[in-house]
Ligand binder design. Sequence first.
Ligand code: FBP
Ligand code: MG
Ligand code: MG
Length: 333
Amino acid sequence: MKRISLTQYLVEEQRKHNSIPAELRLLIEVVARSCKTISHSVGKGALGDVLGALETENVQGEVQKKLDVISNEILLEANEWGGHLAAMASEEMETIHRIPNRYPMGEYLLVFDPLDGSSNIDVNVSIGTIFSVLKAPEGMKDPSEQDFLQPGSKQVAAGYAVYGPQTQLVLTTGNGVNCFTLDREMGSWVLTQRGMQIPAATKEFAINMSNSRHWHAPVTRYIDELLAGDTGPRGKNFNMRWIASMVADVHRILNRGGVFMYPADSRDPSQPGKLRLMYEANPMAFIVEQAGGAATDGKQRILDIQPAKLHQRVPVFLGSRDEVAVVTGYHAE
Ligand SMILES: O=P(O)(O)OC[C@H]1O[C@](O)(COP(=O)(O)O)[C@@H](O)[C@@H]1O
Ligand SMILES: [Mg+2]
Ligand SMILES: [Mg+2]
């Protein structure tokens, strides 16, 4: 197999489609380099003193793990110096982080969930980093939160790294989805899957079943029908997986299909679901659609949602097209 590195791939894409300006290519490379650094920290575990929780809470009221903070710092530091950025926003920071002393100002905005799947850090289960790149609005002077509030359809790139048995980077710039595997000896990202495609049909679903008593009627109906298997209205048996790291669940779905759900429920009406629109739902929806899948909030396409605030949460149904259509259809009835 001819080895194609991430840099070679991006240069090739830039030539072919003219869709990746040099500045965006460099920005993606800096993010990829940060993910490599995070992967080293994750890999050290207890030996690197990176496990466990801190005393602090993030803006979402969640207790921060050491690795949440370390990963956030790695991304901030690398991108302050490396990328063509105007500002960054992170799940772990209350407000945006402007790039200091940059003239002329960078033309992109970077959004990330530095460490996804925090509850799995200490048990050596796959975790990841999710990122999304937006263009800074035309004529922007001093970046503000408002500048980030663009629908997901405006993303110019999105990706995630999964820190599992292998470290992989999955990337889209709007021309399909490709996967790069980190060659740990060489320290480089090597293209290992081109044009990832999610099959339209599936027999596998992912949801946290322990929340079932709080679900709304359309979700209860949908899951009951899947559980009824070949004796129920769906006429086939479904299998279930729940890793509790969105990155790892989505990665499985990109590789073999499936439907992933984190619905809103009746617990706290002020919080529609757990996952965040800007840091998790939008980048994953972009990737999933680019791989031929679908992503909705139960009612509309996630990428069409106009964000109202930076840390907005959103219900998520994504993956194999046919199943996303069924569960979305139940919400409309
Ligand atoms: O513990 P639960 O309720 O099953 O939630 C798991 C979900 O929460 C998340 O861990 C939230 O992301 P963070 O770890 O970045 O907060 C997702 O990765 C995952 O899908
Ligand atoms: Mg997350
Ligand atoms: Mg996180």
